[in-house]
Ligand binder design. Structure first.
Ligand code: NAG
Length: 248
């Protein structure tokens, strides 16, 4: 084989391997440059442009459709013999968040955000067993809930790693600094299968105490929301290197 042949051969390999790695950025987003003095403002603007596309999913970011967001199972074990399980959880309108802050600090590998979900609807199949307030519950059926003005303030901590010589940020943990459930209203159908009246009554009392109940379940709810947010943002950072996301 001649030198020329080898060079052409090498050229092909390089072209092929780089073609396989071409990753398209969504055409409607402009990249924010690290050197931009208005870096945070630029990120906020970019998120606003991305937002309308979250509903159906963003293939370039490997993001699945977000309306509804589907979680196969959310388990709650609040101790003291109280166990709840939510299956096939469908979360509607989570893509219609209002964003007040989304600061990405690349030097510290930290993201701080402040998001409000004006209205979220949740549908699931629940099973509840144990003592709640003064009820001994042992029921399962469809659950339907609305939450308004749910605010989440959190910090995501990341770390750098290399993938094919490019630096990426792995989002390793999320620390929820503040979470407000706003105004929750839930309905648990068939709580007492043969007693619709008691079911209605119990639902009324549960809802009257929902904020307090959710507070008791706070660790699980925070963990679930935290994991979901991490998974979403994490996909973008896994797919693109720091340099590809935020050119110098
Ligand atoms: C949630 O809101 C929808 C409409 O916005 C309503 O039809 C449904 O009954 C509500 N569910 C509960 C449990 O309040």
């Amino acid at each position: 084989m001649t030198i020329q042949g080898i060079l052409i051969g090498l050229g092909c390999v390089v072209v092929l391997s780089s073609a396989a790695r071409v990753k398209k950025f969504p055409s409607y987003v402009e990249k924010c440059h690290q050197s931009d003095v208005e870096f945070s403002t630029c990120i906020l603007k970019a998120i606003q442009l991305v937002k309308p596309h979250l509903k159906t999913g963003i293939p370039e970011f490997r993001l699945p459709k977000m309306d509804p967001l589907v979680l196969p199972e959310v388990g709650i074990d609040a101790g003291a013999g109280f166990i709840a399980k939510f299956e096939n959880v469908e979360i509607y309108d989570a893509d219609k968040f209002v964003i007040r802050r989304f600061d990405i600090n690349l030097d510290q590998n930290k993201i701080k955000f402040d998001l409000t979900f004006p209205h979220i609807r949740i549908k699931a199949h629940y099973s509840i067993f144990g003592k709640v307030l003064f009820f001994n519950l042992d029921g399962s059926g469809p659950a339907d809930g609305n939450i308004t003005d749910c605010r989440v303030i959190a910090t995501v901590n990341g770390e750098r790693y290399f993938n094919q010589d490019k630096q990426h940020m792995k989002l390793s943990e999320i620390v929820i600094e503040d979470m407000n459930f706003g105004n929750p209203n839930f309905h648990f159908y068939e709580l007492f299968r043969n007693n619709p009246e008691l079911t209605e009554q119990t639902n009324r009392i549960l809802n009257a105490n929902m904020e307090e109940l959710l507070n008791d379940l706070r660790p699980t709810v925070e963990q679930t929301i935290g994991k979901t947010v991490l998974e979403f943002i994490g996909r973008v950072f896994a797919r693109f290197s720091i340099e590809e996301l935020f050119p110098k």
